[in-house]
Design a binder for this molecule. Structure first.
Ligand SMILES: [Zn+2]
Length: 217
């Protein structure tokens, strides 16, 4: 069955300020203007509606006219509920690119996914994906490592996870010893597919050893 293609989202021209921002797969580049621009309440007069904006998005980071009304009843709040979300400019912790943490993403995080209002967004979408993939690799590695028994294929998968985590500087290079042990232990495996994977792992170890020594991370 042919899948319906999603309609492309119409996007306005991106202001220069955002030209170098990391792109968001759904919202593109540049802020999503809503025209709503509430100011945080100072001293509130009786009968006046309170406006509370997120403390992780102070004034200098908020992008004007991008507010979305929050439903504070759906928030898991710790100290204060938030009445509006704003698109806010951030710098990615991993790649250093600027990106926008969109008001609609915040609404999704804090109202649909049940994230605490204390949860902050520190990575661009691309780096968030890499980070999630690494976390999954790490979980898989731990599962395989502690398995009472492993097939050669599972041992190789464990070694591949280990290699990737060393390459990502999440594991110490000392962990490569485990990769080498798996290579030795699976040397007798007859499957040509597994032999190819062993060969590829050897190449990765060699490439890692030959990498230019960068600044310590
Ligand atoms: Zn990034």
């Amino acid at each position: 069955m042919a899948r319906k293609r999603k309609k492309p989202v119409e996007r306005a021209a991106v202001p220069d300020r955002y030209a170098a921002f990391a792109e968001h797969p759904r919202f593109g580049q540049g802020p999503r203007v809503t025209g709503l621009d509430p100011k945080p309440s100072g001293a509130v007069q009786p009968g006046e509606a309170l406006t509370v904006l997120h403390w992780h998005s102070p004034g200098r980071k908020r992008i004007p006219n991008t507010a979305v009304v929050a439903n504070w009843r759906k928030q898991t709040f710790t100290v204060l509920p938030v009445t509006h979300y704003f698109d806010t400019a951030r710098t990615c912790r991993d790649c250093g690119l600027e990106f926008i943490f969109y008001a609609l993403e915040q609404q999704h995080w804090y109202e649909e996914l049940g994230f605490s209002l204390d949860a902050d967004c520190v990575r661009c979408v691309a780096c968030r994906k890499i980070d999630q993939a690494r976390a999954a690799q790490r979980r898989r590695y731990e599962t395989l490592l502690h398995a009472p028994q492993r097939s050669d294929e599972e041992s190789l998968e464990m070694a591949e996870c280990c290699m990737a985590l060393v390459e990502a500087a999440l594991f110490s290079p000392r962990q490569l010893e485990r990769v080498r042990m798996v290579l030795n232990a699976t040397a007798a495996t007859a499957s040509s597919k597994l032999q190819k994977r062993r060969e590829h792992l050897r190449e990765r170890i060699a490439a890692f050893a030959a990498r230019p020594a960068g600044p310590p991370r």
